[in-house]
Design a protein around this ligand. Sequence first.
Ligand code: FES
Length: 101
Amino acid sequence: MSDERFTREERIRLANDNERLSMSGSIRLQPNGPYIVTGPITIEDADGHVITVAEGKQIKLCRCGHSGTKPYCDGTHRRVDFVSRPLFEPEPIAAASDDES
Ligand code: FES
């Protein structure tokens, strides 16, 4: 649900643990390459600069640390033979931890 009285940025600032925004962006880890970010999503850097990736648009963020255009990927990961390990492990089943109490 969207409240039209507020801009998207204002809604993000007003969000709390009990409120979910209607965003459905995603981040995919390209094997041996960048993070591929698909909008709609808003990203804020450490200095408070915000970029918005529009719905269906993609940006690639450097994961190897060698890009000359950080935070964006410029393809340098191929030249430096970046290896993206480790990968995510499957999450443990919540019920298993409940049985341990
Ligand atoms: S991931 Fe592509 S340049 Fe770093």
